[in-house]
Design a protein around this ligand. Sequence first.
Ligand code: DLZ
Length: 512
Amino acid sequence: AGTLRLILGDQLTRTLPVLTEANRQSDVILLAEVKEEATYVKHHKKKIILLFSAMRHFASTLRQDGFKVHYRKYDDYDNKGSLLAEVQAAKAAYHCHSVVVTEPGEYRLLDAMQRWAEQLDCPVTLLPDCRFLSTKQDFRYWAQDRKILRMEFFYREMRKKTGILMEQGGPIGGKWNFDSSNREPMPVTVQPPAPTRFEPDDITRQVIALVDETFADHFGESTQFHYAVTRQQALQVLNEFIAQRLPDFGQYQDAMRHNMPWLFHSHISFYINCGLLTPGEVIEQAETAYHTGEAPLNSVEGFIRQILGWREFVRGYYWHFMPELKHDNYFNARRALPDFFWHGYTNMNCLRQCITDTRQHAYAHHIQRLMVLGNFALLCELAPEAVQQWYLLVYADAYEWVELPNVAGMILYADGGKLASKPYISSGSYINKMSDYCKNCGYSVSKKTGDNACPFNYLYWRFIDVHQHVLRSNPRMALIYKSFERMGPDKIAALRDEATAFLTKISKNEEV
Ligand code: DLZ
């Protein structure tokens, strides 16, 4: 009898110690598709297809390499429905004397696993997740004496510690951050290359049929599934991104275009977050592209910052502030999610575009998530827990460790500014500058009030008005409050009335 080694659906990485330390003769590797994980929120159909198919492919490569694998399909007649029950059954079937698992990415599951040793009546070892370039402890140590936690400073420490994009002790190019060159709208003449696509093989087709049958009531479309489901395919996505899109990624990373979800983004968060790619190899390839002259520094630095800075930072922040983070609600926001967050039918073209992309692909890029959908959620004071759940289930790259800090901290400012230096709100003019959505919208982005005025305009000024007692003292809001003062009380009252009428409409799920 050996050790039972559990691999979760987002831990599909060969270099994890749970596998490198395994004894191929005596140990058993368990992967299990279970109801508990697939339905604790009603994940997007494509998210389930991606994970189940990637899990099945991963299991088959393990078998080819001589591991003893116990794989539980969702529709196996005696599937037990939970990870604990599957571990229990496999442990008994193979007479294992101990269980080893890589620590999970979510607090909920880690909390449950703390009780497993007692429930299983055997030693349960949690191994660290080495797919991050810093540890939870590193973050705690960095955070302990700081009043404010800003990604930018954490990121600089990471650059110094790893030597990535560094020369002679300083940042390559003389600056840590090149975002001032990374905010270009995308001219209509620019045509981004098509994303890398894979035709579903037999395994994926079986999973699609399973998901269509079993998760019909889950969010999103299962049609036209073309994501990578193996490490080899994920590497191809990475290589094609580096060669074809990274050079332009920087300047257009905040741009949005009607009916064009993919643009110059990498589309690899799916694969990094489920383990098919490691953050280290992705960063290395991007850095190499800079040194060989294939991509400019503003693109490479901006891309690497997302992984070496932001991804590491939010993960540290998550574990530092859980479980309280989940219940933070700085603005006391209570409104339910309007129904159109699920179906996408609204006359506001920007929201319609972003929700349609999300439904179709389980993907939207960061500015769609932050400055269209998130901006709207914050301005309308949608309840944080409902918004968090939405983001967690609709995106195929979302696990709570990455979703919650982004939503509670960055999008909703629900943590009162522990993560962001100001609420990320904007009127319609920002969306108009960065996209062609407004040109195709029935609302008029240039109108602040009156018939057809863009709701983002009056919602924005209402928010500035209603929350002035807490926001006015923020130096980053000073300019906005100067403009606000210049408006005068009549105009402010008119904006507030229109906003209130709009909020009443969405509370009643009337068409907007
Ligand atoms: C997201 C997900 C889904 C949909 N299904 C499974 C599953 O059936 N089996 C499994 O091991 N993992 C699944 N996952 C990923 C887990 O939810 C994830 O490991 C935890 O949320 C921790 O990040």
